[in-house]
Design a protein around this ligand. Structure first.
Ligand SMILES: NC(=O)c1ccc[n+]([C@@H]2O[C@H](COP(=O)([O-])OP(=O)(O)OC[C@H]3O[C@@H](n4cnc5c(N)ncnc54)[C@H](O)[C@@H]3O)[C@@H](O)[C@H]2O)c1
Length: 265
């Protein structure tokens, strides 16, 4: 594979794992961090540091990858798109803000940049894209996590998390409402809504399930074309238990695909 120049925004659990894999493939990797953040000390010497977003835009790398959070999507990604760069975004939940989403798409269109949205912790977005205009479509996403993941919320409802015997539904509504209530947990639901019929027409349930073996995502799609039932149980990242381990590999697969002469779409 040809050597490419890639800039990572952020250097947390996902970016550190990804950087190692990208270097192993022979790519050159630089990192952009917010000034003063503790993760600056963790960036190894094999990686370059980009001082600010203006330097990033002027340098014109082959690909920018955001693995830093919703704030970075708002603050850094617009300037990258204005410079005509392709940007792979892990914090897809930030795009539930219609004004931000439209601004980013407009900048990409105007300046020749590209927004790339990976499947992240989920799968089967190809199927969801294919059925998005199908008749009689119902698309629902369920997040099933063990009670420990929602201990405070369960206590607020009068449940003892340690003694929960039956599943408890914490939330049922649209992906739009879920975005407002749980902004940090919405990356997966946002990816589904954007691939499918949008934030209003995508149903979301957040369920505490004592039987859930890990962070479980269930997608239920019914339409005139058929049905899909998807269930994924993700193991946590060894360095950030809030992040699924698969996410770094999903970004790596997206990078490979982006530079590949063969594209699976
Ligand atoms: N698409 C998905 O399925 C999915 C799943 C999990 C996480 N994510 C997203 O990935 C992001 C990163 O996850 P992680 O586990 O690596 O998080 P992490 O907390 O381990 O690391 C975040 C890194 O970003 C840096 N950072 C924060 N704000 C920044 C800014 N404005 N500019 C530059 N750097 C900044 C931090 O210093 C840190 O290095 C999450 O915030 C989440 O939005 C997406």
């Amino acid at each position: 594979m040809r050597r490419r120049r890639i800039v990572l925004i952020g250097y947390g659990a996902i970016a550190a794992e990804l950087a190692e894999a990208l270097l192993a493939r022979g790519h050159a990797v630089d990192v952009l961090l917010k000034p003063g953040l503790a993760s600056r000390q963790r960036v190894p010497e094999t990686l370059g540091l980009v001082p600010d977003v203006a330097a990033l835009a002027a340098d014109g790398p082959d690909l920018v990858i955001e693995a830093a959070g919703h704030e970075a999507v708002r603050q850094v990604v617009p300037a990258c798109l204005e410079a005509g760069l392709p940007v792979l975004i892990s914090s897809i939940g930030a795009l539930h803000d219609d004004a931000l989403n439209e601004r980013l798409v407009g900048l990409a269109r105007e300046h020749g940049g590209r927004l790339l949205l990976p499947s992240g912790a989920l799968g089967a977005l190809d199927y969801v894209r294919a059925v998005r205009h199908a008749g009689a479509l119902s698309l629902r996403y369920q997040s099933r996590k063990p009670p420990a993941a929602w201990a405070a919320e369960l206590r607020a409802l009068g449940h003892d998390p340690a003694a929960l015997a039956e599943p408890v539904t914490l939330f049922a509504g649209t992906a739009r409402q879920a975005a407002a209530l749980y902004p940090q947990n919405l990356n997966v639901a946002a990816a589904l809504a954007l691939a499918g019929p949008g934030f209003e027409a995508t149903g979301v349930e957040v369920i505490c399930d004592p039987e859930a073996g890990g962070n479980t995502h269930v997608v239920l799609a019914d339409s005139e074309l058929g049905t899909m039932r998807l269930s994924i149980v993700n193991n946590p990242s060894p360095t950030n238990p809030k992040t699924s381990w698969i996410v770094g590999r999903s970004l790596l697969a997206a990078v490979d695909q982006y530079f590949s002469p063969v594209m699976m779409v």
